[in-house]
Design a protein around this ligand. Structure first.
Ligand code: ATP
Ligand code: MG
Length: 329
């Protein structure tokens, strides 16, 4: 079954997070056995993102939400790490600045949505305004209650303007969270991450879970679905998120733009000498077979193909030659 179906919250369905196993890893019993698939997915993601960027017609917004230490940073590192930084970025939402607080809650979010061709990951998002704000009673109930509809309208508008939206809740257990806080104590490189606030927020676990359950229930839509990702195992979390992103982008039928120049003409005008040279070399290697077969038309066709290939591999050098898989899709 596709992970984009298996982990998706169907619109209108009630959520019981305590019924979802954060240790779930599907058929992958061990990280070691999943490594090959994760690597393959990384390459696929890179190809799809390159295509999205080149096509420049639509965009992708990924909202990441979770309790502390559930792995937002790790997920971002993994998903963005497989993409070309040109055309992919992350934006984190903290407590609103003075200026942000003087506007409606969506003001700061609107400024960060992806433009065409871009992938943007929100590290926390518009949802903080129905989560932390609710748990800490930062605004009256009647204010945050109305925000579900405002968020739905906002996301609908984005979708109608070509933005695909995927929202992930990284689901860990309180025991796993405590264990991860504990591990930070042993690692001086992560001491800076430790805060009293994380321990204080942990005391509010049940309130956060209720807030998440309602928010996910009220805002999981066909065009902007929520996914609940079992996240006690970091490698499975990465695998599941990457797979859902790939499953969303792959069927979109994205296409490279048509060349804006006459490729044959360019080959003929600027590369004739090199192409002839390369052809001779090849001909020599094959014992002159190809040279004897060629006529004028075949020559120019091969020259054109060669230039196309060369152009594409230069353009996508950093994308580890996406043609290989894109062509095979
Ligand atoms: P890390 O994993 O590094 O701790 P983080 O996302 O928890 O990452 P922090 O700087 O620890 O980053 O926390 C940001 C804080 O800002 C969170 O506690 C979050 O709930 C809070 N926040 C985000 N948006 C809002 C908002 N609209 N109103 C109030 N608080 C918010
Ligand atoms: Mg934090």
């Amino acid at each position: 079954m596709k992970y984009s179906e298996q982990f998706q919250v169907r619109p209108g369905s009630e959520i019981g997070l305590n019924k979802i196993d954060p240790d779930y890893t599907d058929e992958h019993t061990k990280k070691k056995l999943a490594v090959k698939e994760i690597k393959k997915l990384d390459r696929k993601l890179r190809e799809l993102q390159y295509l999205l960027y080149a096509e420049n017609k639509r965009s992708l917004l990924i909202c990441l939400q979770a309790l502390d230490a559930a792995g937002k940073d790790g997920t971002i590192n993994h998903v963005l790490g497989s993409m070309n930084p040109q055309g992919a970025r992350v934006h984190g939402f903290k407590a609103p600045s003075q200026e942000e607080a003087q506007h409606d809650f969506l003001w700061r979010v609107e400024q960060q949505v992806p433009k065409r061709g871009e992938v943007v990951i929100f590290n926390r998002s518009q949802y903080e305004d129905v989560l932390v704000v609710r748990v800490h009673k930062l605004v009256p109930k009647k204010v945050w209650k109305r925000r579900y509809q405002l968020i739905n309208d906002f996301e609908q508008n984005l979708f109608e303007n070509g933005t695909h939206i995927l929202k992930f809740f990284l689901h860990i257990s309180p025991e796993e969270q405590l264990q991860r806080f504990r591990q930070r104590l042993d690692d001086p490189a992560r001491h800076w991450k430790i805060s009293y606030n994380d321990y204080a927020e942990r005391e509010l676990w049940d309130e956060y879970i209720s807030a998440y359950e309602e928010a996910i229930h009220k805002t999981s839509k066909k065009h902007a679905p929520w996914f609940i990702i079992p996240a006690n195992n970091k490698w499975f979390r990465n695998l599941a998120v990457a797979r859902i992103v790939a499953e969303t982008l792959a069927p979109l039928g994205m296409q490279f733009p048509k060349p804006t120049v006459n490729i044959k003409e360019i080959a003929h005008e600027y590369h004739q000498a090199e192409l002839e040279e390369e052809k001779k070399d090849k001909g020599n290697k094959k014992g002159g077979k190809s040279a004897s077969k060629s006529n004028g038309a075949k020559k120019s066709d091969r020259a054109t193909e060669h230039v196309k290939e060369k152009q594409f591999s230069e353009a996508s050098e950093s994308a580890e030659d996406p043609t290989a898989v894109i062509g095979a899709q």
